[in-house]
Ligand binder design. Structure first.
Ligand SMILES: *Cc1c(COP(=O)(O)O)cnc(C)c1O
Length: 368
């Protein structure tokens, strides 16, 4: 169809692009179900149920420089991250969430029609941003247990392929990709973008240490999950030097705002909070896993992250999600070709697990 009027001036490839479906804000959900916000149980965003470190709140309250533009080089944050990651600060660049890193890297790499390998099912932003950058998504399905099929990736890449996305642990399936697989992908010579958003929950598994040895490996991480700062938007890339210097050229100068920089620095200064909440979340993950396993209509999969992916064996994932919605318990459901009839449940506090399992048990009885 030929665009007319003002639409003819817009990028024609974007007119046909699919709309991104964003999350529903908490206050809207609260209104929809008629339950006050504080009583909602939010297990759909993989956020930290314990919030952020109280030190972050205090630092934000005391911060007196909101009227001044933030440091475009976020140097204090990069210094702290360098020691957190164990590499020199020259490898580090922060973004407005790791979502911005995904976008910046694709903008640096892609010319229209260039290929990006997406190991599906996986995080939606990879294909979304590739399309916006005019790239071509090459979908390579994971195996039945959600492992990346490195041989299939190698067969799928062509002369115009530039980059391979690997979320590890993967969202929504919660499994890690073994280091050997990532090395196999690196050996293709394409840029391998390893998204370690759930690194802090994955028992130390990382490939960040390989960045100085592979100039085609980018690792991204975020403060949105472990640090309880999803609302402030801070993520960072661990990037080979020949790539990072070009990212600096295209990065919007004030991409990480002043409050976000203060908060992220303070979060890194309070690793005791990280250790305590990650430990609580991992303990609760075991409880949730045991509870879900005991429900015969559900089949949870192993997890290396702060959420559990779960097949629905009897009944419909969507109906379960909608019933839980009414009770003010929010989870994610999937029902599409590679993710048939499944749920993704974030690990919350013990009382959240109790309420969820109680509700699911009742739903299970109705299914009989
Ligand atoms: C949650 C998540 C992110 C985090 O994105 P931010 O923009 O940093 O909030 C990135 N990648 C994956 C796979 C995620 O699940």
């Amino acid at each position: 169809m030929k665009a007319t009027g003002v639409s003819a001036l817009l990028r024609q490839d974007l007119l046909e692009a699919e709309e991104y479906v964003p999350i529903v804000p908490l206050e809207v959900l609260s209104e929809q179900v008629g339950i006050p916000m504080e009583r909602l149980i939010k297990l759909d965003g993989n956020e930290n149920p314990y919030g952020c470190s109280p030190r972050v709140n205090r630092a934000l309250q005391a911060f007196a420089w909101l009227h001044i533009y933030p440091d475009p080089g976020h140097s204090e944050l990069r210094r702290r991250l360098a020691s957190y990651v164990g590499l020199d600060a020259g490898h580090i660049i922060a973004g407005n969430g790791s979502d911005e890193l995904i976008d910046l890297v694709l903008r640096l790499v892609l010319a229209p029609g260039d290929g990006v390998v997406n190991c599906v099912p996986t995080f939606g932003m990879y294909s979304f941003n590739t399309a916006i950058c005019g790239g071509r998504v090459i979908e390579v399905p994971r195996t039945a247990d959600f492992a990346i099929d490195a041989r299939a990736v190698k067969q799928a890449i062509d002369a115009r392929s530039k980059l391979i996305f690997v979320a590890s642990p993967n969202n929504p399936t919660a499994n890690l990709t073994p280091r050997e697989t990532i090395i196999e992908l690196l050996d293709t010579g394409l840029i391998v973008f390893v998204d370690e958003a759930y690194y802090e929950f994955a028992g130390g598994a990382t490939v960040a240490d390989l960045v100085p040895h592979y100039d085609n490996l980018i690792v991204a991480r975020t403060f949105s999950k472990w640090a309880g700062l999803a609302g402030l938007r801070v993520g960072y890339g661990i990037v080979p030097k020949p790539i990072v210097k070009h990212l600096w050229k295209i990065k919007p100068p004030y991409n990480v705002n002043a409050a976000a920089q203060v908060a992220a620095v303070e979060a890194l200064a309070d690793l005791e909070f990280r250790d305590r909440t990650v430990k609580a979340i991992l303990a609760e993950r075991d409880n949730l896993m045991a509870g879900l396993t005991a429900l015969d209509f559900l089949q949870p999969c192993p997890t290396d992250a702060n959420f559990i992916f779960c097949y629905v064996r009897r009944g419909s994932a969507r109906a379960i999600k909608e019933e839980l919605d009414k009770q003010g318990i929010f989870i994610r459901y999937f029902d599409k070709p590679l993710l048939r009839n499944a749920l993704r449940i974030s690990v919350g506090k013990p009382e959240h697990t109790a309420a969820l399992l109680d509700a699911l048990t009742k739903i299970g009885r109705e299914l009989e």
